[in-house]
Design a protein around this ligand. Structure first.
Ligand SMILES: Cc1cc2nc3c(=O)[nH]c(=O)nc-3n(C[C@H](O)[C@H](O)[C@H](O)COP(=O)(O)OP(=O)(O)OC[C@H]3O[C@@H](n4cnc5c(N)ncnc54)[C@H](O)[C@@H]3O)c2cc1C
Length: 383
């Protein structure tokens, strides 16, 4: 898309395609809900042994040091084969924070476990009364000897039910003004005494979300990433990556194919009004892919994206939901069934896809917040 492979790139694409075809278990392909860690870990390890688990990491940290084109080829081929996404929480979010702000000891201690898939990291930012207004968070970390003592609660923590460790935002100065200036970024062992993790089932039926309670949890001060009270900068660095990875165009392309398959089998493609809506959304998918590609090329050229990543998240997630709406429409009355819709290209889980994609405009910051960011920080409009 928007680029013709060079000879070397075409060779790499064939190598990836053949390897994925031979190694990706059929049971993991084209799943709507994410497989649990027991199912996902062997696939993570296979990619790790092949050297393809962290194409975006520099070689000095054990990554592939791949060019942007190689990264795109890998992502495209994995998506086309219906491979499950490896969790970006450790591989992209925390790893990028550690590489930018971590001490050498922290990089040595944590990067290898992220790469091999031995350590499951989760993100403890949101709290029951602090989501959009994240800086109002109140989970407290109080210095005590060489440790902090942490008390509070996090919520909507994705994959926390499988967590080994949590990268969390904690309040270390309750009097700071602005309130962002009193927040620190802390690495917490999820198996520590005083940590309680309670699962939450989502509307789509998956149970990977959780609420996490901290009761007098001792965390070494050496686990602070970045300076004391300097966590807001680290958090925003992570959020920039989160917004881009939340909205890659591959999911949209895959869903577009499923919409067409269902519409063909159900007869909706014979309806001119439906075709008209489908074409409009297909154009949005292409526009989104173009914006995403541009962002990736900019990053490769050394640009830090910043608030522009909100535009990508906005367009990508709203296009994904527009496709989910079309999927329901294409399936007609069968959309309400809990059974997959049978098409000539295989079964499609219509209702689960629709429900699962409701998340997309909430996590990583809701789309109302992305619009606020674009208005004030990209367009420079008054607050
Ligand atoms: C599937 C899923 C996974 C998640 N995973 C994680 C995770 O791993 N770690 C983590 O820390 N968090 C996670 N979250 C939490 C997510 O970041 C928050 O839900 C999100 O930031 C919104 O916060 P809230 O739920 O408290 O809603 P609120 O902030 O209470 O917002 C409620 C509504 O008000 C609107 N609103 C609020 N403020 C404004 C404003 N200033 N202007 C306009 N509209 C506004 C919002 O857009 C929203 O529609 C996850 C959420 C979901 C759905």
């Amino acid at each position: 898309m928007f680029h013709k492979d060079s000879e070397d790139e075409a060779r790499f694409r064939t190598e990836v395609r053949d390897w994925v075809e031979a190694n990706l278990p059929h049971s993991l392909r084209h799943r709507v809900l994410r497989p649990n860690m027991d199912e996902l870990r062997p696939w993570h390890r296979l990619l790790y042994r092949r050297g393809w688990v962290a194409p975006h990491w520099p070689k000095e940290y054990g990554g592939m040091g791949a060019s942007v084109r190689e990264q795109v080829i890998l992502a495209e081929e994995l998506a086309k084969a219906g491979a499950p996404q490896l969790s970006p929480l450790g591989l992209t979010f925390l790893a990028s924070a550690l590489m930018a702000f971590g001490t050498e000891a922290q990089k040595e201690a944590y990067l290898p476990g992220i790469l091999s898939g031995d350590t499951v990291w989760v993100q403890g930012y949101s709290e029951p009364n602090s989501g959009s207004d994240l800086a109002s968070l109140i989970t407290r970390a109080v210095p005590d000897g060489d440790d902090f003592v942490v008390n509070g609660q996090k919520i909507w923590t994705t994959r926390a039910v499988w967590a080994d460790r949590i990268f969390a935002l904690v309040r270390t100065d309750p009097d700071a003004k602005p309130k962002q200036a009193g927040i620190s970024f802390l690495l917490i062992d999820a198996k520590s005494p005083g940590v309680t993790i309670r699962g939450i089932q989502s509307i789509a039926g998956d149970d990977e979300l959780a609420t996490v309670f901290f009761d007098d949890v001792r965390v070494p001060q050496a686990n602070l990433v970045g300076p004391l009270n300097g966590g807001w900068k680290v958090a925003n660095h992570v959020l920039g990556f989160e917004r881009i990875t939340s909205a890659d165009p591959y999911r949209c392309f895959a869903l577009l194919e499923r919409v067409k398959n269902v519409a063909r089998s159900a007869g909706a493609l014979n309806d001119a009004a439906f075709r008209d809506r489908l074409v409009k959304v297909e154009i949005d998918v292409l526009c989104h892919a173009a914006i995403f590609n541009h962002a990736i090329e900019s990053i490769a050229a050394g640009k830090v994206l910043g608030p522009e990543s909100s535009i990508i998240m906005l367009v990508g997630t709203e296009t994904l939901q527009a496709l989910s709406d079309l999927l329901l429409e294409a399936a007609g009355e069968e959309a309400a069934s809990t059974q997959p819709f049978e098409t000539s290209e295989g079964p499609v889980e219509v209702a689960t896809t629709f429900l699962f994609n409701r998340h997309a405009t909430i996590y990583g910051g809701t789309n109302e917040i992305q619009r606020n960011v674009i208005a004030t920080r990209v367009l420079g409009l008054p607050r």
